[in-house]
Design a protein around this ligand. Structure first.
Ligand code: BGC
Length: 443
């Protein structure tokens, strides 16, 4: 069962652990002594000071280039951020890696629940087998020339949320320092990967992270990441689930190699209708996209665009999407509208998500959900016979009379990033088939 996005934060009393272990030696009548086993000293979070903040310089050319290279991406959601891989029905198979790459996505965001694969006490060692598993996936994605955004996702206690079944509780006083020390390990392990690997500190901070706690913790975590990865682009997002409305409260560390992320699931009654992890479950039957709904979708993007212009950091929309309980035609319209709205504001994106409840790919049929993929399309299309002898125009596309087009152009602002464009949806209405067999031109 997935988590409740709308669950309320219930402040928890934080137990204060003794900083040093107890050692009792008691004399007894026999003149002997007893000792109580040592509890390992709790690590001091002040050993990880926050990076200075308050004067972020704006993004470096490196960060700007990395944000641009993210292009049109997709989340490998419900895979490694489930309590264990496969528990939410999908895994990172070679097939999904191959298909995401062949479909032409420029980047993959890889959500990972590190917190469920690490010790509960210092030094919070990440399970070596899990670390190796994540690294092997990152390597395969990089080998496909994809840009990879490796994040930390669903560290439930960090936000003050209830644990999922089977998760072990960490002492409250250790939760934050554990976050930083997990990053110390992750950053060290991935420090030698090339420029196409981007790290993202935390998905959707909320609850007990809202406000200043996240600003401070993010600055501590970036400090440890910078020890091993001095220049790697790092993604940081605002609180309240990466809401653009919280950008005003986000205090970036003074670091130029940053990309800022927001998520946009507006209109929520449409995108999350029937979602089992939202309480109460929202009613079905909401369609999209009226003018009012489009205004709702684009309002956060306008906030993000203004913020980006003022602060001079690029913005990456790391999640948007609509759950499969919405009607398909509306989801297609939603996807296309969002894609165009994000790109026209100069931002890049990752669709939520590849192969589960929001998915564009059916991992059982091993096939793309063609109309949906159309919405966030980067798929190559082959025009069927009726179109081969004529010029075919759609939006501002002109297709020549070539049976297999080398590349289809669309109206997006950056042609090298635009390998293909969907044709009118659903595909069946124009008889165009999707052919994913060849990688597409990438930036
Ligand atoms: C969460 C997922 C959820 C999705 C849409 C993501 O950030 O991690 O669990 O399905 O948002 O609600």
């Amino acid at each position: 069962m997935r988590p409740a996005r709308t669950s309320l934060f219930h402040p928890k009393a934080r137990a204060v652990l003794a900083a040093s272990a107890l050692l009792l030696a008691a004399g007894c009548a026999a003149g002997g002594s007893i000792s109580i086993p040592l509890t390992p000293a709790a690590p001091d979070i002040n050993a990880y000071p926050p990076m200075p903040k308050g004067a972020p310089p704006g993004a470096s050319a490196r960060a700007e280039a990395a944000a641009k290279a993210l292009g049109r991406g997709v989340n490998f959601g419900n895979m490694l951020e489930a309590p264990t891989e496969g528990a939410w029905g999908v895994s990172v198979t070679d097939d999904v890696i191959d298909k995401a790459a062949a479909a032409g996505f420029a980047s993959v965001r890889l959500p990972v629940r590190w917190s469920n694969h690490a010790g509960a006490e210092a030094p919070f060692t990440i399970d070596p087998a899990f670390m190796t598993r994540v690294e092997s996936i990152v390597d395969k994605l990089l080998a496909k020339n994809l840009v990879v955004v490796l994040n930390m996702h669903h560290y439930r206690q960090l936000d003050g949320d209830a644990l999922d079944a089977g998760e072990a509780k960490v002492a409250d006083a250790l939760v934050d320092v554990r976050f930083v020390m997990l990053w110390e390990q992750i950053a060290a392990r991935f420090k030698s990967k090339g420029d196409r690997l981007v790290l993202e500190l935390y998905n959707e901070p909320h609850g007990r992270m809202n406000g200043e706690p996240w600003n401070v913790l993010a600055a501590r975590a970036l400090g440890v990441v910078r020890k091993s990865n001095p220049e790697r682009p790092v993604v940081i997002g605002p609180t309240h689930w990466n809401s653009a409305g919280d950008l005003a409260q986000l205090k970036l560390p003074n670091d130029a190699n940053l990309i800022v992320t927001v998520h946009d699931y507006n209109p929520f009654p449409f995108t999350h209708q029937g979602a089992e992890w939202v309480t109460p479950v929202l009613p079905l039957g909401v369609t999209c996209c009226s003018a009012a709904q489009v205004a709702d979708m684009t309002a956060p993007l306008d906030v993000a665009k203004s913020w980006a212009a003022a602060k001079r950091y690029p913005v990456y929309v790391g999640e948007f999407g609509a759950y499969s309980k919405a009607d398909e035609a509306s989801r297609v319209t939603f996807n296309r509208t969002m894609r165009d709205a994000i790109e026209s504001r100069g931002m890049t994106w990752a669709y939520w998500e590849f192969a589960a409840g929001f998915g564009v790919y059916d991992p059982v049929k091993l096939a793309f959900e063609a109309p949906l993929t159309c919405g966030v399309s980067v798929v190559r299309v082959t025009l069927p016979a009726p179109f081969l002898s004529s010029t075919f125009r759609m939006r501002n596309l002109t297709f020549g009379a070539t049976p297999r087009l080398a590349a289809l152009e669309d109206s997006a602002p950056d042609p090298p990033m635009v390998p293909a464009m969907c044709v009118p949806c659903p595909y069946s209405s124009v008889g165009v088939e999707v052919a994913n067999e060849r990688p597409l031109r990438k930036s």
